[in-house]
Design a protein around this ligand. Structure first.
Ligand SMILES: Cc1cc2nc3c(=O)[nH]c(=O)nc-3n(C[C@H](O)[C@H](O)[C@H](O)COP(=O)(O)OP(=O)(O)OC[C@H]3O[C@@H](n4cnc5c(N)ncnc54)[C@H](O)[C@@H]3O)c2cc1C
Length: 388
């Protein structure tokens, strides 16, 4: 009699959390069947998106194809989007109408841009999170450089790490053809950054004549202007890039339970071992998961956290499959690296503070070791050696 094939471990979303969990799970011989569900063709290494914008790196380096990364690893990839998960039935539904069963599932669907209901923001702002966003921004830079009208202006909303890094790269790419404005509603740029990195970032912004406006809330966004500050002053712009907030984007969870969907930025509430609270056999990590650290604080949404959680989660999935107790995730903050314009960066971590060209090269090398899969790392390193 033919036996039913075992339901796979299903990983929903192939970004930092999901892809690296799948790769870590597949490192063990004779692992359970693994299915990765991800709608995009390419994994995007988001911290290097700035270098893609400035043509310092190529798209195949920053965004390898999933079929190439997963080849020969025993991980099946379904190019689809999960629309709903039913934890009681241990099944999920995809946008193309498939219904699939899982033994254990991992939600790693990340986050999206959050515009806080500011009028016009979602219609008129560009985002900076995908290859398509990079293309659109490169086209805008080309237009502004060719047109060279007086008083051209690009606005970046949000002076967190993304906004500051983007403003520096944009200023370098625009090469004086437009002014870059960096708007922040809080009192300072990079409120959560290490002080050395913040100082270096302020110097980098100053050197590039980026106009920094702190304590300036954006009230509304139009196609060619922003309304800013308490009086709604009009700031004419040739484009606005929104980096000011993120919101988790989990698929709908059916069945009547408290999944904690309202917590924080719309994240799923998880226990320290990365299980979604109230749902057996369902785990979450990365930007979509609200996971407490040992002191009960919520962990930041960044690639470093997602990357480390992936290793912990792969081990917990194996433990869960063999009935062993799960281990809590413990975050090891390795420091902070920031891209600050062409061939410039700033690093604080591991007892080291470094800025400028040396930091740029070190950052590139550090990320080389984090690219997915040894094959891709070697290919990228070979490309860099050839360029050199
Ligand atoms: C421009 C930029 C620069 C950044 N730089 C840094 C940095 O320097 N350092 C740092 O630590 N962090 C950085 N971050 C943050 C970091 O990239 C994120 O915290 C990290 O990617 C989170 O990983 P994740 O797996 O949760 O989500 P993601 O990496 O965003 O992956 C989510 C994946 O899920 C897929 N997906 C979404 N919905 C579904 C669905 N319904 N079904 C199936 N798949 C789905 C998406 O296509 C995507 O591939 C940066 C972010 C951005 C946008």
């Amino acid at each position: 009699m033919a036996t039913e094939p075992a339901a796979p471990v299903v990983i929903v979303g192939g970004g930092f959390g999901g892809l690296y969990t799948a790769l870590a799970l597949a490192e063990v011989r004779h692992h359970e069947p693994i299915l990765l569900i991800e709608p995009q063709e390419r994994f995007v290494f988001l911290p290097l998106l700035y270098e893609l914008l400035s043509h310092e790196l190529r798209s195949w380096e920053v965004a390898p194809r999933y079929d190439a990364v997963l080849a020969g690893r025993g991980i099946a990839w379904l190019q689809d989007r999960v629309t709903a998960i039913d934890p009681d039935q241990r099944s999920l539904t995809t946008a193309s109408g498939r219904r699939l069963s899982y033994s254990q599932a991992v939600i790693a669907t990340g986050s999206t841009t959050q515009t806080f209901g500011i009028p016009g923001a979602s219609e008129h702002c560009l985002a900076f999170r995908s290859l398509a966003d990079v293309k659109r921004l490169q086209q805008l830079i080309t237009t502004l450089r060719q047109r060279r009208r007086p008083l051209q202006r690009l606005a970046v909303v949000g002076a967190g790490a993304s906004g500051v890094e983007l403003a520096c790269k944009l200023a370098d790419e625009l090469d004086g053809s437009a002014v870059v404005e960096l708007l922040e509603q809080g009192p300072t740029v990079l409120p959560q950054a290490r002080s050395f990195n913040r100082e270096q970032a302020l110097l980098a912004l100053q050197r590039r004549d980026v106009r920094v406006r702190t304590a300036t809330a954006v009230q509304a966004v139009g196609a060619d202007h922003l309304s800013i500050g308490p009086a709604g002053e009009t700031l004419p712009v040739d484009g606005t890039i929104w980096t000011a907030g993120i919101r988790a984007q989990p698929p709908a969870l059916t069945a009547a339970s408290d999944w904690g969907n309202g917590a924080g930025r719309g994240q799923l509430r998880c226990s320290a071992d990365l299980r979604v609270i109230g749902a057996d056999h369902l785990f979450a990590l990365g930007d979509v998961a609200q996971v407490p650290d040992a002191a009960g604080h919520t962990l930041p949404c960044n690639a470093q956290v997602a990357f480390q959680q992936a290793t912990c989660l792969a081990a917990n999935l194996r433990r869960a499959a063999s009935g062993e107790p799960l281990q809590p995730f413990s975050y090891n903050d390795l420091g902070e690296m920031m891209s600050l314009g062409r061939q410039e960066a700033s690093i604080t971590g591991g007892g080291l503070t470094l800025a400028g060209r040396a930091a740029y090269e070190l950052r590139r090398l550090a990320y080389l070791t984090r690219l997915p899969g040894r094959r891709h790392q070697v290919k990228v390193a070979a490309g860099w050696l050839t360029d050199w």
